[in-house]
Design a binder for this molecule. Structure first.
Ligand code: DC
Length: 223
């Protein structure tokens, strides 16, 4: 079974996806981590991604794979696990920039789809319901106000140990990233017409997860 969860940065997708995966015994697929991992490798290797030939040669020879890790799936680039190197705002912004390049999305499409051969999955991202798993049995779209999303991102970065968190810069970066993700020509961030849209601004994680579990049960019963 595939359950998709799409939505903008800071809508609560990751926390909710992890909890849902744990409750259902599903694998958690974080597709943002794949875009972040490529962004990290591009930066490390100083690839000029605006040069088509340079980018295509990089995409052609890089190895990027998912592997089973704890309850979920980890990402390896050139055989190296990159989780602790990809969570900064800077890498997030670069991931968003490269994610509008069709060759980048094409490179990651089969990697993402392979995850559904590894078991039942909760697939989290921007285009899970619309492009990667349009056949998913259950599709969710999580949203929240910009103010609430900024608050959550600030809290998350502080918890990760970042010392200097500039709230205005975070707000700017979230608004810019939203615009970039929604306005790109390929696989833009938008709900699938069948998606269940949940505004999480005034809901706790537990409430969101509870709502989602009841939808999943209801839709499974209707099958
Ligand atoms: O969810 P995240 O913040 O880790 O994602 C980082 C960026 O990667 C996001 O701004 C856009 C891109 N992305 C995407 O285009 N499609 C996905 N399925 C997941 C992420």
């Amino acid at each position: 079974m595939v359950v998709t969860i799409d939505g903008p940065a800071g809508a609560g997708k990751s926390t909710v996806s992890k909890s849902l995966a744990q409750k259902l015994g599903f694998l958690y697929l974080d597709t943002g981590a794949l875009y972040r991992a490529l962004a990290y490798a591009l930066r490390e290797e100083q690839v000029n991604f605006e040069e088509e030939r340079e980018l295509l040669s990089f995409l052609g020879e890089i190895t990027i794979e998912l592997f089973r890790k704890d309850m979920g799936l980890g990402v390896r680039v050139r055989g190296e696990e990159v989780e602790d190197k990809i969570r900064s705002e800077e890498i997030g912004a670069l991931a968003s920039r490269i994610s509008k390049i069709p060759a980048v999305r094409e490179r990651l499409l089969p990697v993402q789809r392979q995850a559904s051969d590894m078991g039942d999955i909760i697939a989290e991202g921007r285009d899970m319901g619309t492009v990667v798993f349009p056949w998913a049995e259950v599709k969710f779209f999580l949203d929240a106000s910009v103010e609430e999303r900024v608050r959550r991102r600030v809290r998350e970065l502080i918890m990760r140990g970042e010392k200097e968190v500039d709230q205005n810069a975070i707000a700017e970066s979230i608004i810019k990233r939203d615009r970039q993700d929604m306005e790109r020509g390929i696989a833009p961030l938008k709900p699938h017409p069948e998606a269940i849209i949940i505004d999480t601004s005034y809901l706790s994680v537990e409430e969101v997860v509870k709502n989602m579990l009841s939808y999943i049960k209801m839709l499974r019963r209707a099958d």
